[in-house]
Design a protein around this ligand. Structure first.
Ligand code: ADE
Length: 245
């Protein structure tokens, strides 16, 4: 996969891809990530990328010309038939695991990091394939949002994670994850549930499933509304509800 990030602040994005798992994915050749400085696509002495809004009002708007030129240049340089152009904006479709999965199947993403005042509307209508928000809050710009999106997508690329890990986790499963423990068995008086140290794998699996259902019911009941539970889960859930009443 190839990912281009178009930004006026490439410095913000230098850190996140230089460490840990994303760096390893780059080193392994699973993904190529390029930072594209929007100012390189300006033609004036001041490298101006934004301007005041028509009709008045405060804030600056990202100009269309550098964005169109940058995206067109990136498209001209790629072998991909249809690179997918995304604008990070709080007005976009909300990022979730399904969307991250859909994007992980694309071969070339071009991410435009907006600034919070906005981008010229012609960029949205004629250049962008999809607008994405990472949540219902407003950041100063799309850079951190695009780093979140890249992280969520790259870890789903084939070869990145052991199969087990990506399949069993929260949000791939409709349920939240069960609690995890590691050594020591007692820490400051807090004990690891004995079942986890019993060596009985069937019991451990049952305990974990019950914890997952319980956690989802307590923290994210909305996920239970939309998920198709297994018959055993329904029984667990009914028991939890019975104990409550
Ligand atoms: N830019 C500013 N806020 C954002 C958000 N919540 N998601 C994506 N891009 C943004």
């Amino acid at each position: 996969m190839k990912i281009d990030l178009v930004t006026i602040f490439p410095g913000i994005l230098e850190g996140p891809f230089k460490e840990s798992m994303i760096k390893r994915a780059i080193d392994q050749g699973l993904v190529e990530i390029s930072l594209v400085d929007l100012r390189d696509y300006t033609h004036d002495r001041h490298h101006q990328v934004d301007d005041t809004p028509y009709g008045g009002g405060k804030g600056m708007i990202l100009k269309p010309e550098p964005l169109f030129e940058a995206v067109e240049d990136l498209k001209a340089k790629t072998n991909e038939e249809h690179p997918w152009v995304i604008l990070l904006t709080p007005q976009g479709e909300r990022l979730n695991q399904q969307l991250a999965h859909d994007l992980s199947c694309k071969k070339h993403l071009i991410l435009i990091c907006g600034r919070y005042e906005g981008v010229d509307e012609r960029v949205r209508t004629a250049l962008v394939d999809q607008e994405i928000s990472i949540g219902d809050y407003v950041l100063t710009g799309g850079e951190l949002a695009s780093a979140v999106l890249v992280d969520a997508v790259v870890r789903l690329l084939p070869g990145f994670l052991a199969e087990e890990a990506s399949v069993n986790e929260s949000f791939t499963e409709p349920l939240l994850e069960h609690p995890h423990y590691t050594r020591p068995p007692v820490y400051r008086g807090m004990e690891v549930p004995p079942v986890l140290m019993s060596g009985n794998h069937a019991e451990i699996a049952r305990w974990r499933r019950e914890q997952s259902v319980r956690r989802t019911y307590e923290r994210r009941p909305d996920l239970l509304d939309t998920s198709i539970l297994m018959p055993e889960d329904e029984i667990i859930l009914n028991n939890i509800k019975k104990k409550e009443s």
